[in-house]
Design a protein around this ligand. Sequence first.
Ligand code: PRT
Ligand code: ZN
Length: 224
Amino acid sequence: MSSERLTIAVQKSGRLSKESLKLLEACGVKFNLHEQRLMAHSTSHPIDLLRVRDDDIPGLVMDGVVDLGLVGENVLEEERLERSIKNQPSSFQSLRRLDFGFCRLSIAVPKETNYQGLTDLNGSKIATTYPRILESYLATQGIQAKPVMLTGSVEVAPRAGLADAICDLVSTGATLEANGLVEQEVIFRSQVQIIQRSESLSDEKQKLVSKLLARLDGVQLAKE
Ligand code: PRT
Ligand code: ZN
């Protein structure tokens, strides 16, 4: 999309959607949203929103299909690792860390497991939606375990006999608790970032980005 409008990818519906829009609106960017539509045009600025699944956001920015994206660092890091393994473009610019979407990626085991430490994971199967982040962690720790990729219901994998442990996002810990799992190792801490494609933007678009960031800094400062 090489239009003169700045394109920003945000999550369409999920945990980050509301806060992402709220933040842009707090920066003075107004939108006319139609629930079902992929695109939303700003009525106040030459900005178009692309509303997609969060998992698609890093790739859209890394491929230069959109100019900016708001996405959780967990999803961003997983895509970066996946692409660097496949020798695909994986570069982007981190503009700011935003103060929402906080969570951690943790390894948890069934409460019956007598877990003594990381080496207990040698030879185990660990269910996760983030196999690349997990692999990279296990490699740096020198642990030989096998990630089992699941895109949903990760927390039921041990009970279903699919894995010995899980590696999933945690915020309050209630989901782990409800599934009889105990958090043992925090392997990654995440919050939302606003990222920009690595290829440069037109002067006009870059000016608009700078203006947005200045407002964003003001909004974040005011919240502190
Ligand atoms: O449809 P789409 O692909 O866009 O959405 P999604 O279902 O993949 O993602 P969504 O909306 O659930 O999460 C989007 C992003 O929010 C994640 O990538 C994280 O960056 C961030 N985030 C913050 C979380 C959580 N907190 C979180 N708690 N994402 C998921 N969870 C889940 C977790 O997977 C587990 O099932 O919530 C449960 C644990 O929560 P607690 O509070 O019980 O610990
Ligand atoms: Zn997703």
